[in-house]
Ligand binder design. Structure first.
Ligand code: BG6
Length: 229
């Protein structure tokens, strides 16, 4: 019988928090906005924003600050935050890729895996350009190519389609609980990146790609799926 590892032919990587640590720049920019509006929020609270769209993030922050805004004001402030964010990421360099991720993706590529990138961010291409990763992927789906935010699986479905795969043939690498939900809703295999406490629904969780090898991870993931079935 065909095992999971024989079934998997494509890897889909989320960007923010999986390939590059851009989450800290989102935090700096959102926090600056909150401070201008007269309040503050913590890094722990910011964890709740992982994977949320720009507008959904702003709405959550306004809830924390107990602030009402008209739709026009929300558009204005989300633009202000985005300008700060774009300025912050303008100095990203190849050395800002998260430890081990490029080595892992190269091993996967050499083993014949198709590799796609799926991100909710409209600035994903800028991040990829600065880190010299724009031409690495077989397909890139970003916030400009999608209409529905996660937990809708649209960005992952589009990524799978772009590399010619069925969701059951792909593993998604995700750091956001909402992104994990999106992957599961689309029928994908999902490996969580980060703390297992925050990613209880992922099929398997690793802290990051440091010290991971392509074949070792696929074998452990495969074994865990057998023991859960
Ligand atoms: C996701 C991030 O990848 O993109 C979120 O995890 C962010 O924090 C979202 O809000 C949208 O990004 P952007 O750059 O289009 O505002």
């Amino acid at each position: 019988m065909e095992g999971i590892s024989e079934q998997i032919k494509g890897f889909i990587f989320n960007l923010d928090g999986v390939v590059v640590d851009t989450a800290r720049y989102h935090y700096i920019a959102w926090r600056r906005l909150a401070n201008q509006l007269g309040f503050d929020f913590s890094a722990v609270q910011h964890e709740e924003l992982r994977g949320l769209s720009r507008m959904a993030s702003l709405e959550k922050i306004l809830e924390w600050g107990d602030i009402y805004m008209t739709e026009a004001e929300k558009l204005h402030w989300s633009d202000v935050k985005n300008n700060w964010y774009v300025a912050l990421i303008s100095n990203l360099k190849p050395g800002d890729l998260l430890p081990g991720v490029l080595h892992f993706m190269r091993q996967a590529r050499e083993a014949g895996m198709k590799i796609a990138l799926a991100s909710a961010s409209k600035s994903a291409r800028q991040v990829l350009r600065s880190t010299r990763m724009e031409t690495f992927f077989d397909a890139i789906i970003d916030g400009n190519s999608t209409r529905k935010a996660i937990p809708d699986p649209e960005c992952y479905m589009l990524a799978a389609q772009a590399i010619g795969m069925h969701p059951s043939e792909c593993v998604i690498f995700e750091d956001a609980a909402l992104g994990v939900q999106a992957g599961l809703a689309g029928g994908f295999h999902v490996i969580g990146i980060g703390n297992p406490e925050y990613l209880p629904l992922a099929h398997f969780v690793i802290p990051g790609f440091e010290d991971q090898t392509y074949s070792g991870l696929l074998a452990r993931f495969s074994e865990s799926m057998v023991s859960h079935s």
